[in-house]
Design a protein around this ligand. Structure first.
Ligand code: AMP
Length: 222
């Protein structure tokens, strides 16, 4: 049996999966596996998977299960993931959830918790449309909720290379929320049925949500 922790963060775009995964990564020595980040890297380096994913991602629809599962499988097999992982943005469909079960069984691992970040849809458009990331260290910022101390300068690493995602705009967010509710939200019951589901209220301040998540993760990985 491989006891390296496996945590899943579930929640719609804007729920804070990436922000919270980055904090947990540092705190618990786990690796954040974001299929969105892996796909964006594949697009940037022009791999066949990246070429297939590019237009789909811009539209806000889901990339094919097969592409995403392959990307995730390859990344999970890399040495640094041996200490445990936080899945951010995967699984997003029933097929992906089933493929993850098979993958983990093959590796002798199990899911410690699938954590649902519970938020109101109405707030998500503003959260997503205002966010941006430091290109230097990946720290996330927001036009209203997390402004850097010096405008345009990353508090974490001092970089001025701030990036906004092509799909983080009001037009695309609506479609991404629809896709989430149709295909990903049913996974909440899937993990509830397996006894792995944990719910966290994710509407408050980032630090308060982090504190709830930390104690939850402490409990499920102890
Ligand atoms: P994210 O960074 O998680 O918001 O993902 C950005 C985009 O990448 C999504 O809108 C999808 O087009 C694609 N994507 C990321 N993860 C998945 C996944 N697990 N299944 C299908 N598409 C995905």
């Amino acid at each position: 049996m491989n006891t390296a922790p496996v945590l899943i963060l579930l929640g719609p775009p804007g729920a804070g999966k990436g922000t919270q995964a980055r904090k947990l990564e540092k705190q618990f020595g786990l690796v954040q596996l974001s299929t969105g980040d892996l796909l964006r890297a594949a697009v940037a380096s022009g791999t066949p998977a990246g070429k297939a994913a590019d237009a789909v991602m811009k539209s806000g629809a889901f990339v094919s299960d097969q592409i995403v599962i392959n990307i995730l499988r390859d990344r999970l097999g890399e040495a640094d993931c041996a200490s445990g992982v936080i899945l951010d943005g995967f699984p997003r469909t029933a097929i992906q959830a089933e493929a993850l079960d098979v993958l983990l069984t093959e590796r002798g691992q199990k899911i410690n918790a699938a954590i649902s970040l519970e938020v109101d849809d109405a707030a998500m458009v503003e959260r997503v449309a205002g966010r941006y990331t430091c290109g230097g260290c990946g720290e996330g910022f927001h036009d209203s909720f997390k402004i850097p101390t010096r405008a345009g300068v990353c508090d974490g690493c001092g970089s001025i290379d701030m990036k906004r995602r092509a799909d983080d705009n009001a037009e695309t967010v609506g479609g991404r929320l629809v896709a989430y509710h149709a295909q990903t939200a049913p996974l909440i019951s899937y993990y509830e049925g397996k006894g792995a589901l944990q719910r966290v209220d994710a509407m408050g301040a980032i630090d308060a949500i982090s504190a709830s998540l930390s104690s939850l993760v402490q409990g499920v990985t102890a």
